[in-house]
Design a protein around this ligand. Structure first.
Ligand code: FAD
Length: 384
């Protein structure tokens, strides 16, 4: 963390303009993948960035992604020095296969910690945001106020910032199904459930779809018995339970279902539907439920009509929420970050709204298409 680069609480921006030759000041709400990517992109363009993230430790259990290194190898920084591209940072410079979400987040977080222009404020929840002609601000639940030239919402599918950018459509809509995400160390399983090398993939059984992967263990070993077995099970049969538990209200997802909050009768209901799944995954999934290592993630979708308003802009899942079936959320977040960087490069504070309109013009159609491309799957899978 770099307290020296903090915008700090209660600083009135108009009375305290940047005196240090930096391009400008940004507040980013949300420090998950999209927030960290955008912060790194803006810092590389000379912006001082404060990231406000409500959680202290991340770890979406069981979610996995692929952060491809891509062709772009370096970014030219504002000071003329070359630095790794966003994809290189996220992938660790290697052509990674699918990985646990936490590893990609860990690389981006470490790069943000090492960047002097970024001030990471983990454990800081934003209650409200606003703007006027000369500045935008975020207010935290403890009453701190952070003011900057630009405020970027990277606060996910239930974004607070989206309420100000597109108040007419503030909510993502429940897509009618959820993902059970789970993982277990193979060492916790009997040997007969260790998977043959390369046993990854997609399976369909009845109404369910299963994405299953093994990953190297925490020591980097891919030896059977030392790996992590991870799964994502698409389930369209739990609508009544989701509503009964208050996880979904009306058409809006309220929260995920944490392992400790999954009631025993719901576990039995899901387990009944597993009886015909192939081994060893049937047994692995049952074990993961029994050991409280599964999170229920209701899937939401959101097709945006706006990405910016004045000095506010949205990136990542705050901006557009495609079903994970599209496999595109991470790539779109990289594109958002690169596009916003190029829009905000070499501008003065007064032209921020015009730059953010340019960002919206560049990205809106592409992200609308991405979300829409997944809606056909959602409708047929959820039977809506
Ligand atoms: C189950 C699942 C599987 C997925 N699989 C894939 C895949 O295979 N491939 C792919 O490319 N994409 C996938 N995605 C999508 C991908 O994970 C996201 O698109 C990408 O991580 C960008 O997310 P984000 O940072 O915008 O939002 P999030 O990860 O939701 O992060 C939002 C952050 O904002 C913080 N926050 C929220 N409100 C506040 C507040 N008021 N104050 C402060 N902080 C706040 C949250 O704590 C969180 O850290 C998947 C998503 C899910 C849910």
């Amino acid at each position: 963390m770099h307290s020296s680069s903090s915008i700090g609480p209660d600083i009135n921006f108009e009375q305290a303009p940047a005196q240090d030759g930096s391009s400008g000041r940004a507040v980013v709400v949300g420090g998950s993948l999209a927030g960290l990517l955008t912060s790194l992109a803006l810092a590389s363009a000379g912006w001082k960035v404060t990231v406000l993230e409500r959680t202290v430790r991340h770890g979406i259990q069981g979610a996995f992604l692929r952060a491809a290194r891509g062709r772009q190898r370096t970014m030219l920084r504002f000071d003329g020095i070359e630095s790794p591209s966003l994809r290189e940072i996220a992938s660790g410079g290697a052509d990674q296969p699918v990985e646990p979400w936490s590893r990609i987040h860990g690389r981006l977080h470490a790069a943000a910690v090492a960047e002097p222009l970024i001030n990471l404020r983990d454990g800081t929840a934003v209650r409200d945001i606003g703007q006027h002609d000369n500045a935008a601000w975020a207010e935290t639940t403890t009453g701190e106020r952070f003011t900057a030239d630009v405020l970027i919402g990277a606060d996910g599918h239930r974004s607070v910032v989206r309420r100000h950018v597109s108040p007419e459509t503030p909510d993502a809509r429940y897509a009618g199904y959820l993902l059970w995400l789970g993982s277990l160390r193979e060492a916790e399983l009997p040997e007969e459930l260790w998977l043959p090398p390369g046993d990854n993939g997609v399976m369909e059984w009845g109404r369910g779809i299963l994405f299953a992967h093994t990953f190297p263990g925490d020591d980097g070993s891919s030896m059977p018995g030392r790996r992590i077995a991870s799964f994502a099970l698409y389930d369209a049969d739990r609508g009544p339970a989701m509503r009964r538990l208050g996880v979904v209200e009306g058409s809006v997802v309220q929260h995920s279902l944490r392992p400790q909050d999954i009631p025993a009768d719901l576990v039995s209901e899901v387990a009944d539907g597993l009886s015909e799944w192939p081994q060893p995954w049937e047994a692995i999934i049952r074990t993961a439920f029994r050991r409280h290592r599964v999170t229920g993630t209701p899937i939401a979708e959101f097709v945006p009509t706006r990405l910016a308003a004045g000095r506010l802009a949205l990136v990542g899942n705050a901006a557009h929420v495609p079903t994970p079936m599209t496999g595109s959320g991470f790539d779109e977040s990289v594109e958002d970050a690169e596009s916003i960087r190029s829009a905000l490069t070499s501008i003065s504070g007064a032209t921020v709204p015009a730059a953010l309109r340019a960002y919206e013009a560049e990205r809106l159609t592409a992200v609308q298409r991405t979300v829409e491309s997944g809606q056909g799957f959602s409708r047929s899978f959820a039977g809506t």
